[in-house]
Design a protein around this ligand. Structure first.
Ligand SMILES: *Cc1c(COP(=O)(O)O)cnc(C)c1O
Length: 359
């Protein structure tokens, strides 16, 4: 018999790094355990959101509105942008995939900071593009000068993650505008603002103002973090119509489910409730950052709903010690651990752990 050949994926597929999801908590007798490993919102859904989603559950035999008409209308009104400048998808991760799919040919370069969001190298490799990773500074910040210098004739896309997951700092508007002035106009810049609602700093980035001034910028945002809809998978991009249109063109038909669309619209309407919640998470973040620093740790500025411990080869020990006290953190082997701001009790345990862990 002749030897059988099997279908082979493209060569890049075998090189796609695995996504390491945050572990669920390990149950411990007599101890409530908390998941601080995925930057989730610890609060239950915003008011009116469950009801809005439930209102659509009975129509699960029907496809959702493929055009996301009501969601686009709600986003357009909320942010005062034209509907043509919006693109919704199953989480902002999907939008990043779509941008790379729509704009990169095999071998094109994508410049981004590293360490940053772990989905970037996965998405870039899946698109058969080439990652150009520019190390973050010692304080976990984007090195925008080095990123500008890393742009070559092959560069198609640059990603700016602000605040940066997992290290925490955000770029300033002044620094961003200075950077954009150096980026050629044919290079697309993704401004990944997954944590924008949590930013509290001087000279904060105004992503929508940046999109209005720059025809090569795509702002991506999500309902997963501040809005607490991680399970429903809905994010959106804001960009000039030709870019947003390209993203819509490559989107998965009927990707955003009806329950997700309804929940996202209701979430936008619950803005007051949302802001109160975000405010309390920001207050908890300050309490945790202050507590951890008071325990002697030198941690970077935290502008998202998480903090970063640069632990190097003590990372696994720290993650194990956290498990022992019933909090699950997200270790990055040999580099550090990212810990989400969670319930006050979980945050208390983290502060205690920071005090007792022998570095
Ligand atoms: C969580 C996150 C996202 C968005 O995730 P989705 O759930 O897919 O919307 C995007 N970028 C960064 C940096 C994130 O941390």
């Amino acid at each position: 018999m002749t030897e059988q050949t099997t279908p082979q994926p493209r060569a890049n597929v075998g090189k796609i790094p695995a996504y390491v999801p945050g572990k669920p908590p390990v149950p411990r007798a007599g101890l409530t355990t908390y998941k601080l490993s995925s930057n989730e919102n610890p609060y239950p859904p915003l008011s009116g959101v469950v009801e809005a989603a439930m209102g659509v559950v009975g129509q699960m035999n029907r496809y959702p509105d493929m055009g996301c008409t009501d969601l686009y209308a709600a986003l357009a009104e909320h942010f005062d942008v034209p509907v043509e400048d919006l693109s919704a998808a199953t989480g902002s991760v999907a939008l990043i995939y779509q941008i790379l799919q729509a704009f990169c040919d095999p071998g094109d370069e994508v410049v981004y900071a590293w360490r940053s969001f772990e989905a970037y190298p996965i998405a870039v490799t899946a698109a058969a593009a080439t990652s150009v990773q520019v190390p973050v500074t010692a304080t976990g910040e984007h090195d925008l000068d080095a990123m500008a210098e890393a742009i070559t004739d092959r560069t198609k896309v640059v990603i700016v993650c602000t605040p940066n997951n997992p290290t925490g700092p955000a770029v300033t508007q002044t620094a961003l505008l200075g950077f954009l002035a150096k980026v050629p106009s044919h290079v697309l810049v993704i401004l990944d603002e997954a944590y924008v609602e949590f930013v509290r700093m001087d000279d904060a980035v105004d992503g929508l103002a940046v999109y209005r001034e720059h025809a090569n910028v795509v702002v991506t945002r999500t309902f997963s973090k501040a809005y607490g809809l991680a399970n429903f998978r809905v994010g959106y991009a804001v960009a000039r119509a030709p870019l947003a249109g390209a993203l819509r063109a490559v989107s998965l038909p009927f990707g955003v489910s009806g329950v997700a669309q309804a929940a996202a619209i209701a979430s936008l309407q619950a803005e007051e409730h949302l802001l109160a919640r975000v405010e309390s998470l920001v207050a908890e973040r300050k309490r945790v950052v202050d507590g951890v620093r008071a325990a002697g740790w030198d941690i970077p500025d935290a502008q998202g709903n998480f903090i970063w411990f640069a632990l190097g080869d003590r990372t696994a020990d720290f993650a194990a010690a956290a498990d022992e006290v019933g909090i699950v953190v997200r270790p990055f082997a040999g580099e550090g651990a990212r810990v989400s701001i969670g319930e006050p009790e979980a945050n208390d345990r983290l502060i205690d752990l920071a005090g007792s862990f022998r570095r």
